[in-house]
Design a protein around this ligand. Sequence first.
Ligand SMILES: Nc1nc2c(ncn2[C@@H]2O[C@H](COP(=O)(O)OP(=O)(O)OP(=O)(O)O)[C@@H](O)[C@H]2O)c(=O)[nH]1
Ligand SMILES: [Mg+2]
Length: 286
Amino acid sequence: MNIQWYPGHMAKTRRLISENLKIVDAVAELVDARIPRSSRNPDIDGITGHKPKIIILNKSDMADPAANKRWIDHYKSMGRAAIAVDSISGAGIGGLKTAFESILQEKNRRDTERGMKVRPPRIMVVGIPNVGKSSFINRLSKRAGAKTGDTPGITRDKQWIRISGGYELLDTPGILWPRFDDPTTGLYLAFTGAIKDEVYDVVEAGAHLCSYFAEKYPENIIERYRLGDINNMKGYEILTEIGRKRGCIISGGEVDMGRAARILLDEFRACRLGRITLEMPEDYDE
Ligand SMILES: Nc1nc2c(ncn2[C@@H]2O[C@H](COP(=O)(O)OP(=O)(O)OP(=O)(O)O)[C@@H](O)[C@H]2O)c(=O)[nH]1
Ligand SMILES: [Mg+2]
């Protein structure tokens, strides 16, 4: 399955990011801890140029804790600032001010040398749709100032939000890129809810997610849906079994595959299948 999604409003967001770059001091790029590779927009480094940058591994509460650590170590080994957070509970948020100060150290030193006053920074928050940019900002500001929701495309325009210490954060709409070269990228973005459900085949995606679980986390799916032996079963067969177990039956006793797939995707996104990381740094060469 080859999923692609790049509606016109994303091209507009790309321009918005470029245009506002000159008035911000740093960029916080949010990635989804369950899919740190697929959720890193390859265009963002190009658009944001040499601005100080930090990678925020968000939704870390939904990902495998050991994998979170491996990803943070991986970013650090590449010389990138990175921190894992949970924007709902606030775990990890306490370390952010220090992390921002550290990426801005060089700029502040230059400003001081030039006799300029060091003012509280402006930080642009960017990332793919539904990754938690607005939730992250709300958590930092301790107010629900930015609208959030569990579908991609909630934030429509930029919005400045001031937090303690005089910091100003710029919320931006989610942005993908014009073409996913690797079909796995589109699939993982669909699983985690970064791509709206209307643009891909939900049953096919559900079957792929079953195959992934069968290979990497078989106990989680067996336990959740009380499945028997899934060895040698294809994704589609596992999904059929899930549908049967959940009573998704249509006339003639057949399984309603669409309903089965939606149950699986909803429960995966709600973390009911456990803390899952779909990709590890060592699986890819960067
Ligand atoms: N478990 C968990 N859920 C989160 C976290 N951050 C955000 N969410 C949830 O993820 C969904 C998307 O959050 P938003 O803050 O609206 O995401 P966004 O990146 O601003 O999305 P767009 O504006 O559509 O691009 C919401 O249902 C949030 O409650 C997190 O760290 N952990
Ligand atoms: Mg938003």
